[in-house]
Write a protein that binds this ligand. Structure first.
Ligand SMILES: [Zn+2]
Length: 365
């Protein structure tokens, strides 16, 4: 038996060595990083979209490397978007609801801030409101994600080049802010855009785009490819910087569809997400040194894909998207990567490693 095992090993090891020699490419210079987050997008959400797409190639099939991210936070095995956003943006595990700081309150800079300090361009494009947890993790430092006034202050003072999404009412509601913060942002030098069309017409950074009172409408409620169009316009502007750029694009509503246990909404969100990711991959194909990393902050809905019958001898009995919670789950999430040095993300890793590896490639290069 032992001998048999040795023979097998002897057969496998040379193969494994030649495989790793082929597959561990040299370090490619990374000029631009586009981090794409599907909020709440677990493997079942991606798998459900593959089924909806009749197994025709999706953006996920096109990824060059696939890894796994462990999403637990400092104080919970089930994270929220604030702690996991902070993990990916700033490289530290913190408590749920905290943004841009350690559990003890120490502020930590985000990858966008490192990029800004290095002279790169920076942008955030989301379909939720821009003060929501995921985008805020890239510029804010607050102990509670609901501290919108402080988050707006941080947004204005950090002055990333592009911040677009929804959330107009939070900037103007006299109940929560002392003055009209859109006017304040303009005084501080921001170009303000109230609609996607205004955004598509401008290139004057820094740009603050607030295209809805709260969240931008879900994909099912409109017939535009907003996420793709806004992401590609942002990239087109950021791309003017010869030094490179960091962009974070979030399909925020995947999470909302899953919280609502609404499979139809989820499909529409995944379809829009897929179009955006494919457009970003196309950009990476034609712009050397572009790394694209696609992942989720956590899984939402405990999504699973179940057959119509437990009797698998019957062949295909249909397949249903089922949810096991209206909240988040602790299921690890996939990481898909594409382009320059994308092989660095083809492993099982802590969510904080997403920050560390991007920083090593883009900042410490
Ligand atoms: Zn959520």
């Amino acid at each position: 038996m032992k001998r048999f095992l040795l023979i097998i090993l002897a057969m496998v090891i040379p193969f494994a060595q030649s495989f790793s020699a082929d597959k561990a490419p040299k370090k490619e210079k990374v000029k631009n990083v586009i981090l794409i987050i599907g909020d709440g997008m677990g493997l079942a959400a991606a798998g459900s979209w593959m089924i909806d797409n009749a197994y025709a190639p999706t953006c996920f099939d096109r990824a060059q490397f696939v890894g796994i991210s462990k999403t637990y936070s400092a104080n919970s095995r089930v994270t929220d978007s604030a702690a996991s956003g902070t993990a990916m943006a700033c490289g530290v595990k913190t408590d749920n609801s905290m943004l841009g700081q350690l559990p003890d309150g120490t502020h930590v800079p985000s990858i966008a801030v490192y990029a800004q300090e290095k002279g790169l361009s920076t942008g955030l494009v989301v379909t939720s409101y821009v003060l929501d947890a995921t985008p805020s993790a890239f510029f804010a430092h607050v102990p509670k994600r609901g501290m919108r006034k402080e988050i707006i202050d941080d947004l204005i003072s950090q002055k990333l080049d592009i911040v677009v999404g929804g959330g107009r009412k939070y900037f103007t509601d006299p109940e929560s802010v002392p003055e009209n913060m859109i006017e304040k942002a303009k005084r501080e030098g921001f170009t303000y855009c109230a609609t996607p069309e205004e955004f598509y017409q401008t290139r004057e950074t820094p740009i603050l785009g607030l295209f809805a009172e709260g969240n931008f409408p879900m994909a099912i409620e409109r017939d535009t490819d907003f996420l793709k169009d806004a992401a590609m316009h942002a990239i087109d502007i950021l791309d003017d910087n010869k030094k490179g750029f960091f962009a974070m694009i979030e399909g925020s509503h995947i999470d909302h569809a899953e919280h609502a246990n609404n499979a139809e909404q989820m499909t529409f969100e995944m379809e829009e997400f897929d179009k955006m990711v494919n457009a970003v991959f196309d950009y990476a194909d034609t712009h050397k040194g572009t790394l694209v990393v696609i992942t989720a902050d956590h899984e939402t809905g405990g999504v699973t894909l179940l057959p119509g019958s437990k009797d698998f001898t019957k062949g295909d009995t249909g397949i249903d998207v089922k949810f096991s919670t209206t909240g988040h789950s602790g299921i690890p999430v996939p990481i898909y990567s594409y382009g320059a040095s994308s092989w660095r993300f083809g492993q099982v890793m802590e969510n904080t490693e997403i920050f560390s590896r991007i920083k090593a490639l883009l900042i410490d290069r």
